[in-house]
Design a protein around this ligand. Structure first.
Ligand code: SF4
Length: 427
């Protein structure tokens, strides 16, 4: 892996037309316009999505003349580019990712994830539980004396790392990538730093999926060998950029090769979009950001509740079909003395009674200029205990990357106010 982030820079963003983001049938049309046969489109798709090339020069399966023609017509690969990065003490990395027009979003890499999938019945959830079991078996001593990147490492399989993925070679079992769907966000959740940006524009499906490809490249991830989970929980509200979000899912599943069962989309609660989502044939798991136990509190924390209240949102969520082992996830950011008291836990239980629901509790991450306080550890413990004792699965999400503002609700382009640290070699 490179030491200097600026060495990662690839094809200049002068090309205004991106091949990355086009479906194979669209590439076929493009090739037809250039008098080429359909197999050329498959060669392009293979190179940009499977080999994840970043420059037309690497598209060596095409004749030079055709590459030159594409360049002259304004085309480039157009994969978003990681231009800056910060690394947390816990291994989390936060990237500033530049899009073709110079706008930027943030994307986060969390080796070993944050536990968000626990209890939702997915493959990723089973792996989480297996890993927790292993960790539970480590003695306190070995946990204290081992470094972060080793304390989750399973038994070594021997020195030959040629046949293992990049993650396992580095001591991780899996990684989660948190991606952005908009530049900024219009939803204005009161606990969220991104909200302070307002909304600038929607991302295209290619820009959403391209963040994943750029991060996979950075870590040398081998699809099929490494276990990668995706969460659409970065900057923006995916359901306010619905069509491009769905397009990105199609690209990620069918072209890049990450199954939708390894993806979770979180929405602040766009009721008509949730109902539409229920009809989608290709659908990541759904998580609703609940964050309050009644409409009065939710309106303060998430003003969008004035448009669609909790009852309307729950009705919509119930229309989303669940797989056999699937549970709906509700995200609940605990804010000190705002929504973290026993009466709130009781109300949550009433709201979700009868649903196959699990709750991810997120201890609020402080951010500059936000007036909330962190909940007291004892209040968090009581809240979780009340839910569990009433039969509601409730997990506390592991906070990741707090020191670099990469945790939930903290994504904002802090580059203007605090330059991101240049990353040093990870190993
Ligand atoms: S929490 Fe999500 S939906 Fe709410 S303002 Fe932040 S980015 Fe937007």
């Amino acid at each position: 892996m490179s030491n200097k982030i600026n060495e990662l820079a690839h094809e200049p963003q002068a090309s205004s037309l991106a091949l990355f983001g086009m479906f194979p049938e669209e590439l076929k049309e493009l090739m037809a316009e250039h008098g080429q046969k359909g197999y050329r489109a498959m060669q392009i798709a293979e190179a940009i999505y499977r080999q994840r090339i970043t420059s037309l020069d690497e598209l060596t399966t095409l004749p030079t003349t055709l590459r030159d023609e594409l360049r002259a017509a304004g085309y480039g690969v157009g994969m978003p580019e990681i231009v800056q990065a910060a690394r947390s003490v816990d291994g989390t990395e936060r990237y500033l990712v530049r899009l073709g027009d110079g706008e930027t979003v943030e994307t986060v890499w969390m080796p070993d994830g944050d536990g968000g999938e626990r209890g939702d019945g997915s493959e990723a959830s089973a792996e989480e539980e297996e890993a927790e079991g292993l960790e539970g078996n480590l003695s306190e001593f070995s946990r204290e004396t081992s470094g972060h990147r080793h304390d989750r490492r399973g038994p070594m399989r021997g020195p030959d790392l040629r046949n293992v993925g990049a993650l396992e070679a580095n001591g991780y079992r899996r990684a989660t990538i948190c991606i952005s769907s908009q530049v900024g966000c219009a939803v204005n959740c009161q606990f969220c730093l991104t909200a302070k940006l307002g909304i600038k524009r929607n991302l295209t499906g290619g820009e959403i999926a391209g963040q994943v490809a750029a991060v996979l490249n950075r870590h040398g991830v081998k699809i099929g060998k490494d276990r990668i989970n995706l969460v659409f929980m970065g900057m923006g509200e995916p359901f306010l950029n619905y069509d491009q979000f769905i397009r990105s899912v199609q690209l990620l599943v069918k072209q890049i090769g990450i199954p939708e069962s390894r993806m979770t989309v979180s929405t602040s609660g766009i009721e008509p979009a949730i109902r539409k989502y229920a009809q989608e044939p290709l659908r990541p798991k759904l998580a609703l950001s609940l964050n309050a136990s009644n409409d009065v509190v939710r309106e303060q924390v998430m003003p969008i509740t004035r448009k669609w209240n909790i009852a309307q949102l729950l009705d919509a969520v119930k229309t989303v079909p669940l797989g056999k082992r699937e549970w709906v996830t509700f995200e609940y950011v605990l804010l000190g003395e705002v929504n973290d008291q026993p009466e709130h836990a009781r109300e949550v239980l009433e709201l979700l009674a009868g649903m196959r629901a699990k709750i991810n509790l997120i201890v609020w991450n402080p951010g500059p200029g936000i007036a909330y306080t962190q909940p007291k550890p004892e209040d968090v413990a009581v809240f979780q205990k009340m839910l569990i004792e009433a039969g509601m699965p409730a997990y506390i999400r592991r906070p990741r990357g707090r020191d670099i503002y990469a945790a939930c609700g903290q994504l904002k382009r802090t580059v203007e106010e605090k330059p991101l640290v240049e990353i040093q070699a990870a190993s």
